[in-house]
Design a protein around this ligand. Structure first.
Ligand code: HEC
Length: 128
C-alpha cells in the first residue's frame, strides 16, 4: 500500500513537471526577424516594464475613464503580445497614442510583455 502511494506521487509530480509551461528565454520578433535573448543586460525587464507603465498604463488601468480595457502582461499569451506589436491592430495605436515610440522601445516593451505573458509563470523554473 505504501509503495503504491509513493509511486503515484512520482507519476503525479513527473506529469506536473512535463505539463508546466516553459519560461521563455528568447523571442523571435516577427517584425524585425531577429531573435531577442532575455539576458539580464538586454533591458527587457526594467526598461520594458517602465515603458509599459509610462506609456500604456496611463490608460489601461482598472476603472479608467477613456474606455480602455484593463491590461497587464498576463492579459495575453506571448504569441498574442507579438501580434499586438506586429499587426499594430489596437485602436489606440491607430489613434496615434503610441506611434511615436521608437523601434527599440517597442521591442523592449514587446519583450517584457512576452516574457511575462499568460502561462509563462513556472514555479519549477529558476528563471521565475
Ligand atoms: C490614451 C489612452 C491609451 C494609451 C496611452 C494606450 N491605449 Fe491601448 N487602447 C486604448 C483604448 C481606448 C482602446 C480601445 C478599447 C479597448 O479595446 O481597450 C485600446 C485598445 C488596446 C488594445 C486592444 C484591447 C485588447 O484587449 O486586446 C491593446 C492590446 C492595447 N490597447 C495596447 C496598448 C499598449 C501596448 C499601449 C502602450 C504602448 C497602449 N495600449 C496605450 C487607450 C490607450
Amino acid at each position: 500500500m505504501k509503495k503504491r502511494a509513493i509511486c503515484l506521487a512520482c507519476v503525479l509530480s513527473f506529469s506536473f513537471i512535463m505539463n508546466a509551461q516553459a519560461t521563455p528565454r528568447k523571442r523571435l520578433d516577427p517584425g524585425t526577424r531577429t531573435c531577442r535573448v532575455f539576458d539580464y543586460q538586454s533591458g527587457w525587464w526594467g526598461e520594458g516594464k517602465k515603458i509599459f507603465l509610462q506609456r500604456c498604463k496611463t490608460c489601461h488601468t482598472r476603472d479608467n475613464d477613456v474606455g480602455a480595457t484593463f491590461l497587464h502582461s498576463e492579459s495575453k499569451t506571448p504569441a498574442a503580445w507579438n501580434r499586438v506589436f506586429f499587426k499594430k491592430y489596437p485602436k489606440c495605436y491607430k489613434d496615434g497614442q503610441w506611434g511615436d515610440l521608437n523601434l527599440e522601445d517597442q521591442l523592449l516593451l514587446n519583450d517584457y510583455l512576452y516574457r511575462y505573458g499568460d502561462g509563462t509563470y513556472n514555479p519549477n523554473d529558476e528563471a521565475d
